[in-house]
Design a binder for this molecule. Structure first.
Ligand code: NAD
Length: 498
């Protein structure tokens, strides 16, 4: 049930978020007692003081995770027990989703509507889906000669470090935790420093659901402190990281400099939205074009910011896009009528504004958008025409509401421009021609290609990037579970003569 603005506002006034770390089943301060503040970027108000975890705290969390993993309380529990507890956690998240969504909205500046969907619908679904897989992890029997029985069994990898970004704080933590826990791993989660609050609350709900002490640990802190300590820790078996390509690179180095832990990377993007000449510029296409770019204020890894439009369609497309974008309401993220909330921080707003300035300097025409004179870190949805493939706004991930239209002559040019990037996370193609759709889908080097609609897929389908948008690891689908399992061969020599 959705509530009104007044209800969400009243809830926000009564929340007193816990900013402590959660280690070995207990809330605690950082070992050195230090804290950092977390701020509501839509108002500038301080929401709370959060434990600033560093290497000493990460060491404690990893020790607890290792102990819980080795004593088998979760890793060797009957799979049906893990399943029941994760289903209970799904229920608790659903039950508390309004409180969590308000907390998330305040910590991020995201709209309450998006937070309710991510936390009320998506997060419980993830715990439920992976809970249901927990007792369906089968091994294999390999063909062998009579004198052996060759078993291939699947075991949890061990202690998982989950380092997540600020754009979908709780959902990204859940994308890692749900499959890792279903596999039987113990986890140490580091939320982004901008948005630590919902992951901390989630740990409390996990304990209430019956997840044993030490299996889930949350260490809020900065990248250079807690994040690096996780990357370099020699008793973490794998790190699943979502964030920028730049920091993803560091995690590969951390692994090389420590214990060669496995590193799963879900990184940045600069995804194309391609409209071929035969497509109809109708309401549906326009809705997908603007939502693919401006959903979550453009702070989305798969945001389709390079919109490659067939030359004869550009004018109509832009007229319709601008008309639709004018109807967006910017404002208080807690108001269900708000479509676009705030940027994550004032610094990030400045970065986005620099890109907008750069676009004009490089010769693109800004049709609408830019800065807005209101308190908080808001940026208007911005639309550029006349973008060319070499401009910085066409090549770099802006991570803000900046859509750039590049005019293309034909499908071959669209494909060449779309492929000319270091990223490979996502692409959308609109065409009525099935053969062209299949050709484009096969030729685009991206983890997800959506045809005639922008979509990241669903829980059943793997999500991740080609090229510098990720590693071979995937979130979602059964592929995510695979990340947290390893295979063991058990070769049993048998007697053939009795
Ligand atoms: P970021 O890389 O700055 O931070 C991500 C996480 O890494 C945070 O927890 C941060 O504290 C930590 N970190 C930062 N510096 C670190 C360091 N030196 N050592 C260890 N850890 C460090 O990214 P962000 O700004 O939080 O998020 C935005 C980025 O995330 C964008 O590039 C976006 O495309 C990407 N993203 C990707 C996906 C995906 O599934 N592919 C999903 C969401 C976001």
């Amino acid at each position: 049930m959705s509530l009104t603005y007044d209800h969400y506002k009243a809830m926000s006034d009564t929340l007193s978020p816990n900013g402590q770390a959660f280690i070995d089943g207990s809330f605690c301060d950082a070992v050195d007692g230090s804290t950092f503040t977390t701020i509501n970027p839509a108002t500038g108000e301080t929401l709370g003081h959060v434990a600033h975890c560093k290497a000493a705290d990460v060491n404690r969390a990893v020790a607890a995770a290792r102990r819980s993993f080795n004593d088998g309380v979760w890793s060797r529990a009957e799979p049906s027990v893990r399943k029941e507890i994760l289903l209970k956690l799904a229920g608790l998240v659903a039950e508390h989703h309004q409180e969590l969504a308000v907390l998330e909205s305040m910590d991020t500046g995201k709209t309450i509507t998006d937070c309710l969907h991510e936390i009320g619908t998506e997060a419980p679904k993830f715990f439920q889906w992976y809970a249901e897989l927990a007792d369906k992890i089968f091994g294999k029997v390999a063909p062998s000669a009579e004198d052996a029985l060759a078993l291939i069994v699947r075991e949890p990898v061990g202690v998982v470090g989950a380092v997540v970004p600020w754009n979908f704080p709780m959902l990204m933590a859940v994308w890692k935790m749900a499959p890792a826990l279903a596999a039987g791993c113990s986890v140490v989660v580091k939320p982004a420093e901008q948005t630590p609050l919902t992951a901390i609350r989630l740990a409390e709900l996990a304990q209430e659901a019956g997840i044993p002490d030490g299996v889930i640990n949350v260490v809020p802190g900065y990248g250079e402190t807690a994040g690096q300590a996780i990357g370099l820790h020699s008793d973490i078996d794998i790190v699943s990281f979502t964030g920028s390509t730049e920091v993803g690179r560091m995690f590969m180095r951390y692994a090389g400099d420590s214990n060669l832990k496995g590193i799963g990377l879900e990184l940045g993007g600069k995804s194309p939205f391609i409209v071929l000449e035969d497509a109809d510029i109708n309401d549906d296409l326009i809705e997908h074009a603007v939502m693919s770019a401006f959903w979550n204020g453009g702070q989305n890894c798969s945001a389709n910011m390079r919109q490659l439009i067939a030359e004869p369609l550009v004018d109509t497309f832009l007229e319709r896009v601008c008309q639709r974008v004018k109807a967006f309401k910017l404002g208080d993220p807690l108001d269900p009528a708000t479509d676009i909330g705030s940027m994550i921080t004032e610094d990030h707003k400045r970065n986005v504004m620099n890109y907008i300035e750069q676009g004009s300097i490089e010769g693109a025409q800004m049709l609408m958008g830019g800065d807005i004179d209101m308190a908080g870190s808001f940026v208007l949805p911005t639309v550029f025409n006349g973008v060319t493939p070499k401009m910085r706004i066409a090549r770099e991930e802006i991570f803000g509401p900046v859509l750039g239209v590049i005019s293309v002559k034909n499908m071959e040019e669209a494909l060449a421009v779309a492929r000319d990037t270091d990223y490979g996370l996502h692409a959308t193609v609109f065409t009525k021609d099935i053969d062209r759709a299949i050709h484009m889908a096969r030729s685009l080097p991206c983890g997800t290609v959506s045809v005639n609609g922008f979509s990241e897929g669903d829980i059943q389908t793997p999500f991740g990037g080609y090229k510098q948008s990720g590693s071979l690891a995937r979130d979602n689908g059964t592929e995510a579970l695979d990340q947290y399992l390893q295979t063991k061969t058990i070769w049993i020599t048998t007697k053939t003569q009795f």
